[in-house]
Design a protein around this ligand. Structure first.
Ligand SMILES: Nc1ncnc2c1ncn2[C@@H]1O[C@H](COP(=O)(O)OP(=O)(O)OP(=O)(O)O)[C@@H](O)[C@H]1O
Length: 307
């Protein structure tokens, strides 16, 4: 098959809404086993594109191929290959997680492979709570149950519109780990829209950047970790974050990212003297690295005029 390894292909898709051309000749593809971030400013057309991919709305021009099937001419086969959470999944609060899964799998009419239900429950790490009522679940657990629902039928493509919305940092971290495993172990192609750039950096292999309904760039997130002599974001893992934060503030903006302090707006050349300074303050250092932040690249891309 010509498109093997690219289970999602968006080809020259256009869409007008309310008399305005919202999506303009959009094309991109997503590889199996990889997580792609779908990034763009508010109103750039992320949700509209996703709604077309999952066939919630029609497209005016172009096509979307899912597992090689056209969403226009082979809709049923195409949809059988895709799992998505676009709006909040309608879970029944009064039923257990397991009963929800059974109920929705019956509705989808596709017969589940033996053992699939337990496999999915394990994959989303809900084994301990699957027989509890959904109303007892945290938001993160509901999110994982939603993902379980969307992957029950073993799709080759999973689409998540702003999946970290409303999750706390622990929930976000769990979701990230879980999605990474799903991509690697089940070879699923995952497209995640998000406005959280740092989240895309941590979660995704590649980022598709859109603006005004057009793809303006596609980047390998790992490429961004090769800093150059321009401004970088330096990551410090230290024994006394409060004291270190105060010290680092003289060099730029400091923010916390999990167990690290991130110093924005420094240069690679400055890093050795910053490390010396931290040591003089009797702050222990267990990690130092730097990266060109996706945020900088993203802003420099989206602030340019679209041709
Ligand atoms: N039904 C509609 N009729 C007219 N215009 C619409 C309709 N739906 C969306 N739009 C417009 O299309 C553009 C793209 O909207 P869309 O929701 O796809 O963007 P988005 O990138 O998902 O934004 P956000 O990050 O804010 O969710 C916006 O300008 C929006 O106002």
């Amino acid at each position: 098959m010509a498109n093997q390894g690219k289970p999602l292909i968006v080809e020259n898709v256009s869409k007008s809404l309310g008399g305005n051309k919202i999506i303009k000749n959009m094309s991109f593809s997503v590889e199996a086993g990889k997580i792609y971030g779908f990034l763009g400013p508010n109103g750039s057309g992320k949700t509209t594109t996703i709604r077309m991919i999952v066939s919630l709305i029609s497209m005016d021009e172009g096509d979307v191929k899912i597992g090689g099937y056209s969403i226009r001419t082979e809709r049923e086969q195409a949809l059988s290959q895709i799992g998505a959470i676009v709006e909040n999944p309608d879970l029944y609060d009064f039923m257990s997680g397991r009963k929800n899964l059974i109920h929705f799998s019956r509705m989808s009419r596709k017969k589940l492979a033996p053992g699939r239900l337990d496999e999915v429950i394990k994959m989303v790490e809900l084994d301990h709570a699957i027989d509890k009522k959904v109303k007892m679940y945290s938001l993160g657990m509901k999110q994982r149950l939603g993902i379980a629902l969307s992957i029950l039928h073993e799709p080759s493509v999973l689409i998540l519109d702003e999946p970290t919305n409303g999750l706390d940092p622990k929930g976000i971290r769990e979701l990230r780990t879980y999605l990474k495993n799903l991509a690697r172990e089940a070879n699923v192609a995952i497209l995640v829209s998000s406005h959280l750039l740092s989240e895309i950096e941590l979660m995704c292999d590649r980022a598709i950047v859109i603006k005004e309904g057009q793809v303006i760039n596609e980047l390998a997130v790992s490429d961004l970790e090769q800093g150059d002599d321009k401004e970088v974001a330096a990551l410090f893992g230290v024994t006394n974050p409060e004291k270190a934060e105060e010290y680092l503030a003289q060099y730029g903006t400091v923010r916390k990212e999990e167990k690290y302090l991130v110093l924005e707006g420094t240069t690679i050349e400055q890093v050795p003297s910053i490390v010396t300074g931290l040591v003089k303050q009797e702050i222990g250092i267990f990690h130092v690295s730097y990266k060109k932040s996706l945020e900088d690249t993203y802003h420099s891309l989206t602030e340019k005029e679209v041709m």
